[in-house]
Design a protein around this ligand. Structure first.
Ligand code: PGA
Length: 257
């Protein structure tokens, strides 16, 4: 089975003490992950080292940065490079979250460059895509998301996209309590997989983990993750509560042994 992933996105929340307590509480649940399952903590830059230290002895637990800069290095006061993230043992980087696209004007080209820098520095990107409400209401979401994939991913090789991670996050469902129905999620995830199969091939498309994001909670994760093309979730609000996030992790697809 391709990787099934529960990724937390803490966004700009929690002090370091709160973040460590949350991580300790979650780890104390002793959730044993199967080989194909992963848990990722997407934490603020200053916490990466401490949270990595906490999780590093746990199998298939990883840390993600929530962003990196699209230039290699230099006079960019306040920015953090992919190389810096690797130097503090970061595993994944969330790229192109809709909040970054919207509030920080990140465009397709910048995201493509960030992804290249991730690959150059052995970081795994989690590429976010998803449409705003107006596009969904006009029923133009498929073309919109396809264009996001085309503009930021289509320069990559088969090899780079094998085992790649995409997060589909409809903007109207983020932090709103309004989730896409599991059928809506499945429909878009299948579309994304088809787009990747058409541009690359079936093997590449089938290897990509496509996470759903947007108001994933303990009480809806099982149903959403149960859909054929949904390979877990990118979770904001509900990842800030250890018990709730633990339930979400336990909702990932399992292989019966
Ligand atoms: P949410 O956020 O779970 O709070 O809706 C998801 C995200 O933005 O990654």
């Amino acid at each position: 089975m391709r990787k099934q992933i529960a990724a937390a996105n803490w966004k700009m929340n929690l002090t370091i003490e709160q973040g460590i307590k949350l991580t300790d509480d979650l780890l104390s649940e002793n959730i044993e992950l199967q080989d194909h399952q992963e848990v990722i903590f997407g934490v603020p830059f200053p916490y990466l080292i401490s949270i990595k230290e906490k999780i590093k002895s746990y199998k298939n637990y990883f840390v993600a940065a929530q962003n990196c800069y699209f230039q290699k290095a230099g006079a960019y006061t306040g920015e953090v490079s992919a190389e810096m993230l690797t130097s503090v043992a970061t595993d994944y980087v969330i790229i192109g979250h809709s909040e970054r696209r919207e509030y920080f004007n990140e465009n397709h080209q910048m995201l493509a460059e960030k992804i290249n820098l991730c690959f150059e520095n052995d970081l795994k990107p989690i590429f976010c895509c998803g449409e705003p409400l107006s596009i969904r209401e006009a029923n133009e979401q498929n073309g919109y998301v396809e264009n996001q994939l085309k503009e930021s991913l289509f320069h990559l090789t088969d090899k780079q996209l094998t085992g790649f991670v995409i997060a589909y996050e409809p903007i109207w469902a983020i932090g709103t309590g309004k989730t896409a129905s599991s059928a809506q999620a499945q429909e878009m995830h299948a579309h994304i997989r088809n787009v990747m199969a058409a541009k690359y091939n079936n093997e590449v498309a089938e290897s990509i983990s496509i996470l759903y994001g947007g108001s994933v909670k303990a009480n809806n994760a099982k149903e959403i993750f149960g859909e054929k093309d949904v390979d877990g979730g990118l979770v904001g609000g509900a990842s800030l509560n250890a018990a709730e996030f633990a339930t979400i992790i336990k909702s990932l697809k399992t292989i019966s042994r």
